[in-house]
Every structure is written in C-alpha cells, then in structure tokens.
Design a protein around this ligand. Sequence first.
Ligand code: WQD
Length: 322
Amino acid sequence: MKIAVIGGAGYIGSHVTRELLDFGSEVFVYDNLSSGLRQNLFKEASFTQGDILDVQKLDEFLGSVKPVGIVHLAALKAAGESMTQPEKYSVHNITGSLNILNGASKHGVKYIVFSSSAAVYGNPKYLPMDEKHPTEPENYYGYTKLAIEQYLHWYGKLRGIKYAALRYFNAAGYDIKGRISGLEQNPANLIPIVMEVAAGKRASVDVFGNDYETKDGTGVRDYIHVNDLAIAHRMAFDKLQESDSFMLNLGVNSGNSVLEVIKATERISGKKVNYKITGRRAGDPAVVLANPAYAKDFLNWQAKYSDLDTLLSTTWRIYEKL
Ligand code: WQD
C-alpha cells in the first residue's frame, strides 16, 4: 500500500516508517525537519521536506503521491509549553491537521492513522484507564489531540475517510535492531534526560517529587516501546480495510517509577545517574496506566518489547555513543 508518513523523520515517525517498509508498503515521508532529523530517513522511502502549514506544498505532495493511507504524526508535543503558548499549538496541531484532512479529502485518501495521546484523558479518575475513561485533558496539548480526533470523526462521516486514533501512553525505547539513532534535542521527557545524565552530557536529573502515593513516592508511568507502537500502526492499516474507524489505547498496564528508571539505567549502563529530588511538576498525576485490553481484543495487538530492560537497553545503545 502507498502510505504517506507525515512527521516521518521524527522519533516515532521513523520507527513507523521502518516498520511499514519492512512489511512491504511504499512509503513517502513528509516532514518539515523542525524536530525530525535527516539521520532518521531511510533510502527506501522517498522524502519531501515540507510543512503541514504550507497548504500548497502539502497539496502538491498528496496530489503527486496519491497515497491510499496517511500516518499523521506531525505535531508539537510539549504539554507545558502548550499552556503558555496555546496559539502555537492551535496553529501547528489543529490548523495543520485540518490541512491534512482537507488534502486527504481532495486526493481520495482512504485511511488515516493518527498519533493521539493518553493526554486526551487528563488526570486519571480510575486506573488502568480504558477508552471509556472521560476525556478531560489537563493541558492544551491534550485538548488539541482530542479536537483532532473529533475532526477525524466528522471527515469520516462526511467524506468516508476511515481513521484509527492511537492513544499512546509514554513512548520510549529505540529500534531493537539499532537501525534508528536520531536523538531528540533538548528533551523534556524522563528517559532521554536520564540517558543524557548516564552519558555524561548532563550533570543530573531532577526528580519531580518523592511524596506521591506510589511504591517509592515518585511518579509512575506506563512506558511503551516505540517498536510496539510502530507495529500497532501497521496493524491499524490492515484492520481499517475490514473495519470501521476506531480509537484505542497503546500501553501495557505496567508502571515504572522515576527511581526505578534511574536505578535500572545505572545497572544497564554501568554509569552513575545523579539526581536531586525537587518539587512536584504542576499537572503531573501520581500514576498513569493504560488498560490495553481493547487493543488486544480488537486489533490483536500486544506489546512485545515494553519491559523496562528492553526499553532502557535499546535506548542506552544509542546514547552510549554520545
Ligand atoms: C514521566 C515521569 C515526571 C522529567 C508526557 C506528556 C504526555 C505524553 C508523554 C505525548 C513523571 C517524571 C520527568 C524529569 C521527572 N506525550 N520526570 N524528571 O509527563 O508522563 O507525559 O509525555 O503525548 O502527554 O505529558 O512524561 O517523561 O515528562 O515524565 O521526575 O526531568 O517522570 O514527573 O512522573 P509524562 P515525562
């Protein structure tokens, strides 16, 4: 199948591209390289440098490729920044997605697999969170993902484009075969920060609070390996050919605390990870866990690589070269 991967030079997009190529799709990457990297591109996939806000360029791209499917991963994703610069998130995430939807509608795209987020749920009202959990985003970033799901719903109804909205929990890890090595610049997420400390690029990691009601007082998250995410995108296209549109959680319902991540990184890397306990970060829940039962039942997807050691060892293999 001809698939356009918009945001395909990014961390998750490059893993999705690799997976689709491995399974025989013809892949066309469109990326503005604002956070994506040339290093993450593959020679088997064609590449167009372009912005989703550049309607003409996007139109030319979709018009010349005529993809059957689109993976849409092009977005800004810093939840904290979205609260201080909402306009930027409105334009890049919402306007950009509408541009993609309008292009998809004009050029006869049949399927869209959308990179959604657990951030659509907001603070957990119960754990683990299933797809019926209320969607009350705590930050504007999460709201943009929810709004885009709703636009997808309407374009599905009105234009017959089928979609899969994949709500990722905490994406982590690197390609288990070591084929992707682009590092995120100025990361804000825990694991890349811990890795930078282990690699000697950063002096220490701030632990945002150790007084939560968790096993060791630090925040617990559901980390999901990026290869597992990539596999789900591939399976979503297969499923859409026989099903209606769907949305589902991608997580593992197994949580790791900040201190567990730090200690396991020390063990795997053989390096000391200095940390200091600071105050809680605003808006952080104590525990976030996915209920992935629907992904298993409906998509027959199950995580294979999302144990903490695989997550951290595949990441360390890339960071140790820093
Ligand atoms: C993980 C844990 C922190 C950094 C974010 C987005 C979310 C989703 C995934 C895209 C928490 C703690 C972190 C640090 C720390 N993104 N931490 N020191 O906040 O769970 O989720 O990424 O859809 O929308 O909000 O991920 O990696 O920032 O934090 O102690 O320097 O690590 O408090 O408990 P988070 P994270």
